[in-house]
Design a protein. Structure first.
Length: 287
């Protein structure tokens, strides 16, 4: 075995030990944090049941407000710990032949109510001739769900999210194109950095975790964004040549309009949104 192989194996073992140590530490923090959160709830109930005519009602109200603040911070820290554990966890993926269209279609059906509540229209263009890929269903779905949530949250006040799949070289592409405000180049350069976030209460670990999952599938993820026009997230996954082109389960997925038939902007004079690499124009007047 070469020296380079020894060095690589040593680094992998060191990283695995570090992840195990950090994971154990995070669990040790989470347990007392849950206890604090529970006791804050019980304490808040005591103040809620106090006599409104009590001479200490003003003090009780101030104490209740402070308790609520502690509860909110406990919730934030618990979410941060959960996101951190997801990011640090080294899971061996179980890659099995599957239909990306099938997984995306199910995920979009699941997320549709939340998108409607946020006044975001989801438009699907799923290529019915998409090759099958090897994927770990649960981890890939968690990564894509995080990207969907990010896109919808970015469109404050509503918009349109185009979800498109298509063959690309020796693999397949999944594209998520939103009509949100977009990002400046400085922000875009930092989106995959751990703990970097521009969202209030965000952990900054969603995108780094998504990238780890995609790369564990042998794929890649890229983000393009233009201020005022929108953001496009592109995931590429390899398609082994021996897998069949069409999965029988695709019969459950409605045939979508090919990407070349994406309609142009319907608003006269509108400059539209971020273009896809092959004419995938995103309408700007989403309902």
């Amino acid at each position: 075995m070469s020296s380079a192989d020894d060095t690589s194996r040593s680094r992998a073992e060191t990283y695995a030990e570090f992840v195990t140590l950090v994971g154990a530490l995070a669990h040790e923090i989470r347990n007392p944090l849950s206890t604090i959160r529970l006791n804050m709830e019980l304490l808040a109930e005591d103040f809620e049941q106090s006599d409104p005519e009590s001479p200490t009602k003003q003090r009780d109200r101030r104490a209740k407000a402070k308790i609520d603040l502690v509860r909110q911070e406990c919730d934030r820290l618990q979410k941060l710990l959960g996101d951190f554990l997801d990011f640090a966890r080294q899971e061996k993926l179980v890659l099995e032949p599957g239909s990306l269209n099938f997984e995306i279609d199910q995920l979009l059906d699941f997320y549709a109510p939340q998108a409607r509540d946020a006044q975001v229209e989801i438009v699907r263009y799923l290529d019915p001739e998409l090759p099958m890929v090897r994927l770990d269903r649960e981890t890939l779905r968690s990564a894509v769900l995080n990207l969907l949530i990010n896109a919808v949250q970015a469109m404050d006040g509503g918009g349109q999210l185009v979800v498109r799949t298509r063959p690309a070289g020796l693999g397949v592409l999944l594209e998520l194109i939103d009509t949100g405000p977009g990002m400046e180049a400085e922000t875009l350069a930092k989106v995959f950095r751990a703990f970097y976030t521009t969202k209030q209460g965000g952990s900054g670990l969603g995108l780094p975790t998504a990238r780890k999952i995609v790369e564990a599938h042998g794929g890649s993820i890229d983000i393009e964004s233009t201020p005022g026009r929108g953001t496009k997230v592109t995931i590429w996954l390899p398609a082994p040549p021996r897998l069949p082109t069409v999965d029988a389960r695709l019969a459950r997925v409605p045939v979508r309009t090919p990407s070349s038939c994406i309609p142009p902007a319907r608003s006269p004079g509108d400059s539209g949104q971020l273009d896809g690499p092959k004419g995938g124009f995103v309408p700007s007047n989403a309902s």
